[in-house]
Design a binder for this molecule. Sequence first.
Ligand code: GLY
Length: 432
Amino acid sequence: MSKILLVGGGGREDAVARKIVESGGELYAALKNENPSVLELSREHLIVNELDYSKITEFAVKNNIELAFIGPDPVLDTPLHEELTRNNILVASPSRSAAKLETSKSYMRDLLTKHNIPGNIFSRLFTNQSDLEAFLTSENREFAVKPVGLTGGKGVRVMGLHLRNSTEALAYAKEILSKDGQVMLEERITGEEFSLQVFTDGNKVAPTPLAQDFKRAYEHDEGPNTGGMGSITDSDGLLPFIPAKSYDFALSVMQKIASSMKDDGNPFKGIMYGQFMETADGPKVVEVNARFADPESLNILSLFRGDFVELLYSIAEGKLRTDFSFRQSASVLKYVVPKGYGTKPLPGTISIDLDSMSEDVLLYYAAVSGTKEKVQMSTSRSLAVVGMAPTIEEASAKVEENLKNIRGEYYLRHDIGSREMMAEKMRNFRKS
Ligand code: GLY
């Protein structure tokens, strides 16, 4: 039995943990919260600050770990990969240097420019205030203002959306500049976003179904940005409101990124997650991340059919296997979060009647502790409820029907994947 180390204790890691155990792996988890599902699945666990790479390496060595998988992005930006490799442990996640694809937005944009990879947009890095001021006051366009490094999905602010005018954009950009010494401005683009996650061994890439996530806290895509309130996939692996040729385009972009990084001597092994936007001018690259998306990976892993442990070995060993498939169902995920999530979260407890949940609904535990039946929420996302059915609308309804089995003070976006939401997306798609 392979001994596998999993780092992280969120919803994404709960989904990964299940696949590892289902494929016969012996799970060892290093996580900061007492996630009841991950703990139940693990042979041994270590409650630890996930950035403490020395303690995690020590735990891995002590338990004779053969292969490691790193879930959260901040952990990719530590020497953990290097330390595990130095101890002859295989790692199915990118090195710190390859993870720059996510940890440095300027690395990603420069890579696209250098290798003429299509889908790039105008972006500029600023390291001093006078250049920033001169630029923003001379431009009529709208921009997204972004920290260069990791933001937990919450640091990006967009003119016309979160920033009312160039004065507010300048103030926010200056705030980032004084904190980080650098700030990115990217041309504002509009349209439907979609996510494509691929497995890659640094050479070949293998796609997973296209997904869409919902970052805004409130229904109808209003309110502050969050880590993600839910996500959808469709039964054919595409999305009905995204042209199939845009999926092909996105996949070719991901393949070109993997090949370019290999050519540059910085090969990327692991899961690469591209966020794209379908604009009037075709699909554009919004971000490229160095890990599974949360929530979209929970949809993908719920549908995954194959030997996940073998797949992880094939990634780490540079011999990507593609003998896996995805169940041909649509899926809708809605995150149960504490009331006030996004502004002033009020964590409480929720009770779950596990025996009454439908067969086609899976629950994943996120930033919580307690037991699987009585969950103690933190200020972050708590419980992912994933419904699977022939259509997105039916999968959404399946989640709703099962909410009666989850009791307590919580908030959830009911609109994700609903008939009304899908009808509106299709109306907009036909108009475009
Ligand atoms: N889906 C948002 C993220 O994983 O960053």
